[in-house]
Design a protein around this ligand. Structure first.
Ligand code: APR
Ligand code: PHB
Length: 389
């Protein structure tokens, strides 16, 4: 089989790129290790920057997002029983859209299916060859049968555990990583959200986040130990712990219900440089991971896709390599800023093991600064709604 752009990974990065390329008549094939249902079963954050919303519009996939997404013009930060609001719209003129990543991925699959998108699911043993030449190809196996995909370019959209990053020689690639000493225990429940905006809570018992998917579907998280297992936490224990970490008057109005999903995610900051090797380009989680505080994962993946899409259009439509030649540099410049924001916001909101009294005072001073200082709020708002592409 032959295509112009071979896309490894059918998560949001790969699908968005494939659909955008389709709008410009550029052919692609998506190779996905799992099934579509498996991909759509993964629960991830659900806060979209306007840049991502604009890309979904460009891809012709934004109708449901506009109908069902919930615009948020601000967020709440709580510390003990104090709570203050950071107003995105007042400070930046922008807002974010609350819409689950699962829904967005499902919209992209639907659009790709309706536009004749080419997929291979359940692919095994994907191996990238000759990525540093003008004639790369990918070998893989489906249902025991060996197949080959020839292409001009390879987009490595295969997440943190994919093969694309690993295919870049070690002497070319440099990785930067920070692993945090705690995880997030997340619960999805068919209950109305406790607040119509998100609450990021710093409490002496650890971080908590009150988020949502719609008016009858809430997503809550509490900071937990890395050794915890979801089954260690009964629903009752989860709700009681969440209530202790948010302001009393929010805890009093919290509607509890059975969890319909419960999972623990570790927190990590990770970047690999460069994001291009020859004709292989890394996008999204394949190249970088952020801790979920601030919901930058999907949004950073989207900005990579934006730069790569522009570069590929420039190549096919104008015979110019300028866009693809500057891809890694442009993508990384924005990635590092999102890494900084997620790291800062995580550091601000979590309880760290062996945190000294001085460090605790610094955290309180930083939160107090954010509460009382307009320019600090503006800076947070600018980053939260998303820095320009
Ligand atoms: N071959 C083919 N597909 C692969 C391979 C492989 N060797 N390895 C991984 N994949 C697939 C995974 O099964 C997954 O469906 O690549 C896809 C990668 O999807 P994501 O991990 O969702 O990554 P990405 O599309 O970059 O999306 C970034 O999703 O992971 C969240 O927090 C992240 O919100 C961010 C967004
Ligand atoms: C979520 O709704 O899952 C969510 C929202 C905001 C975050 C992280 C996760 O910062």
């Amino acid at each position: 089989m032959k295509t112009q752009v071979a896309i490894i990974g059918g998560g949001p990065s790969g699908l968005l790129l494939s659909q955008l390329l389709h709008t410009r008549g550029i052919d692609s094939v998506v190779l996905e290790r799992k099934t579509k249902d498996y991909v759509l079963g993964r629960i991830r954050a659900g806060v979209l920057e306007q840049g991502l919303v604009a890309l979904m519009e460009k891809a012709g996939c934004a109708d449901r997002l506009h109908a069902e997404g919930i615009p948020h013009e601000g967020t709440w930060i709580s510390y003990g029983d104090e709570m203050f609001r950071v107003d995105f719209t007042e400070h930046t003129g922008k807002l974010v859209m609350v819409y689950g990543q699962t829904e967005l991925t499902s919209d992209l699959y639907k659009a790709r299916e309706e536009s004749g998108g080419k997929f291979e699911f359940n692919v095994e043993d994907v191996a990238i060859h000759s990525a540093d030449t003008d004639a790369p190809h990918i070998d893989y196996i489906v249902a025991g049968e060996a197949r080959r995909l020839d292409c001009d370019f390879i987009a490595g959209c295969d997440g943190f555990h994919g093969v694309s990053r690993q295919s870049i020689p070690l002497d070319v690639r440099k990785e930067y990583e920070k692993v945090y000493p705690f995880g997030w225990l997340g619960v999805l429940s068919e209950t109305p959200p406790v607040n119509h905006e998100l609450i990021y809570a710093n409490s002496p018992r650890g971080f908590a986040l009150c988020s949502m998917r719609n008016e009858n579907l809430s997503r809550y998280y509490i900071q937990c130990s890395l050794s915890d297992k979801p089954d260690d936490w009964t629903d009752e224990a989860f709700w009681q712990e969440l209530k202790r970490r948010i302001p009393v008057y929010q805890a009093e109005t919290l509607v509890m219900g059975p969890s319909i999903e419960k999972s623990i995610a570790p927190l990590r900051s990770f970047v690999t440089e460069p994001m291009r090797w020859g004709n292989l380009f890394l996008c999204g989680d394949a190249a970088h991971i952020v801790p979920p505080t601030g919901a930058k994962g999907l949004n950073t993946a989207a900005s990579d896709v934006n730069y790569l899409f522009d570069g590929l259009c420039d190549f096919y439509e104008n015979a110019s390599t300028d866009g693809i030649d500057t891809y890694s540099e442009k993508a990384l410049a924005r990635v590092w800023k999102a890494e900084r924001f997620s790291w800062w916001f995580s550091s601000l909101m979590h309880t760290y093991p062996n945190q000294s009294e001085f460090d605790l005072k610094m955290q309180v001073a930083e939160i107090e600064y954010l509460r009382s200082c307009t320019s600090a709020q503006r800076s947070m708002a600018e980053n939260y709604v998303g820095l320009p592409y």
